[in-house]
Design a protein around this ligand. Structure first.
Ligand code: NAD
Length: 481
């Protein structure tokens, strides 16, 4: 038996004051496990956007003037608050997003780790001194915060997609206006609440919800905004990057992927199946670095398909609040229909369903873990990011052929490989075009490691010291007396 719990309506946060959902047009929030409306989120007006811009313009010089040491202390306090509140935040996230409670807990706690890491890294935004050519000249490179940031984050990781941008921006002294995900507003708002409670001034962290295109269309050209950071689909990312380009704004784009996996005959197949299944179906496959195109070397293909399909079929699908559930629903009916269309198109093109394909529940937006084989590379699913609990498995007989297939698409976010050969690992490391490569495991996404893509997957990094680069401008000062 699970205890029913209240779900709060979510407001906007501008200049330190919360504007309640009732005070604005409200957008309904749906529990994807039941399809029922559980609450509402406020829809920002144009006046709200202008007030958020003014607040950020005020907040930037004030927050920048706080020392890096003190900014770090405040961010670490916010991390502690997230840890204290993790249980209740995780429940909100599961209610609005659908992921199992265990995954929501891990997400909330890892957001605290991200805040801790950036709290320290902000103290290391070093400049340098360059030896001069003439006596008496001093040449200094300073790193300065770029200015107010407009950050746009999606619903798949309501806290973690936001914290990567917000922590990197705040730790170096930028103010941020966060446009959070309307599908999953309450848990994202809890991140902002923790930052405010820890001492980040209200002017330095705004939170907006509403019509995404109207908000980005207003904020990106605004003179107050110096930097844009977006996580979402490649199609939207290209539009926003084009708009930012017209207004000469700096941009970080974390966009879609279609991660290839190369499983060689010399790999530990049991381990590959275990790790791939866990990562394929985490968050119902709605993960930009999820493994999606699995390529298996001919001699181990049959055994891999059998074991992977059996492992997928054994996954317990259900309401993420229930004990023992391993995979929840998709975020909304639109996403489920989009994935179902890709599966139907693959079947029409000659693909075979090894497991799944159906809807396991009568209500909610559930889709069974699905494995497709024999899908031609011309089928839509071999070209478009599935962003759901479905993967294709194909075979290869030569490593060069596998690398060519891995590199066939314009995406270049994550890629994975399984092999016991150091030589093969080395060939794959240089041969695969991507931003992140996991060999024999999926160790991606830590605060201290780079996170980002190439090609249609975007540019800029959301992890490691590289993440700070996106929020820093370089100033060169040459002095003589
Ligand atoms: P979508 O492209 O409509 O929305 C994705 C996100 O972008 C949402 O948070 C949305 O609010 C935001 N968005 C959309 N249009 C915008 C605009 N004009 N200005 C500012 N923000 C905007 O897609 P969806 O149906 O919600 O999600 C499906 C697709 O989104 C997937 O195929 C996937 O490629 C992509 N996606 C990627 C990630 C990621 O982690 N890279 C996360 C979520 C969604």
């Amino acid at each position: 038996m699970r205890v029913p719990m209240a779900y709060p309506d979510t407001g906007l946060q501008i200049g330190g004051a919360w504007i309640a959902a009732e005070a604005r047009d409200a957008i309904p929030v749906v529990n994807p496990a039941t399809g029922e409306v559980i609450g509402a989120v406020a829809k920002a007006t144009i006046e709200d956007l202008d007030r958020a811009l003014s607040a950020a313009a005020r907040g930037f010089p004030a927050w920048r003037a706080v020392s890096a040491f003190d900014r770090g202390r405040i961010l670490r306090r916010a991390a502690d608050l997230l840890r204290e509140r993790a249980e209740s935040i995780a429940r909100l996230m599961t209610l609005e997003q659908g992921k199992p409670l265990r995954e929501a807990r891990v997400e909330t706690l890892s957001a605290a780790d991200t805040l801790d890491w950036f709290a320290e890294e902000g103290r290391r935004a070093y400049g340098r001194v360059i030896p001069a050519r003439a006596e008496g000249v001093v040449q200094i490179v300073m790193r300065e915060p770029v200015g107010p940031v407009a950050a746009f984050t999606p619903w798949n990781f309501p806290i973690n997609q936001a914290v990567r941008k917000v922590a990197a921006a705040l730790c170096v002294g930028c103010a941020v206006i966060l446009k959070g995900p309307e599908d999953t507003p309450a848990s994202c708002a809890e991140l902002v609440r923790a930052l405010l409670d820890a001492g980040v001034p209200g002017d330095a962290i705004g939170l907006l919800y509403g019509d995404p295109a109207a908000i980005s269309g207003h904020l990106i050209p605004a003179p107050e905004i110096a930097k844009i950071s977006f996580t979402g689909s490649t199609a939207v990312g290209k539009d926003l990057a084009a708009l930012a380009g017209r207004h000469m704004k700096r941009v970080t784009m974390e966009l879609g992927g279609h991660a290839p996996v190369i499983v060689c005959a010399d790999a530990d197949i049991e381990r590959a199946v275990e790790i791939l299944a866990a990562n394929k179906f985490r968050n119902a496959g709605q993960v930009c670095v999820a493994p999606t195109r699995i390529l298996v070397e001919r001699p181990v293909y049959d055994v891999f398909v059998d074991r992977f399909a059996a492992r997928a079929a054994a996954i317990t699908v259900g309401d993420g609040l229930n004990e023992g559930v391993q995979m929840g629903p998709l975020i909304h009916e639109r996403r489920r229909l989009a994935v179902e269309k890709l599966i139907a198109d693959a079947e029409a093109a000659g693909g075979r369903i090894a497991t799944g394909g159906g809807r396991p529940n009568n209500r909610g937006f559930f889709l069974a873990p699905t494995i497709l084989t024999d899908v031609p590379t011309t089928a839509r699913i071999q070209n478009e990011e599935p962003f759901g609990p479905v993967a294709t498995i194909a075979t290869f007989s030569d490593l060069d052929e596998a690398i060519e297939e891995a590199n066939r698409l314009p995406f270049g976010l994550a890629a994975y490989a399984y092999t016991r050969s150091a030589r093969t690992a080395s060939r794959l490391s240089t041969g695969i075009i991507c931003g992140m490569l996991g060999i024999n495991h999926h160790g991606l996404g830590l605060p201290e490691t780079p996170f980002g893509g190439v090609g249609d997957s975007g540019y800029g990094s959301e992890g490691g010291p590289e993440a700070l680069e996106g929020y820093l401008a370089t100033k060169f000062i040459s002095t003589t007396f």
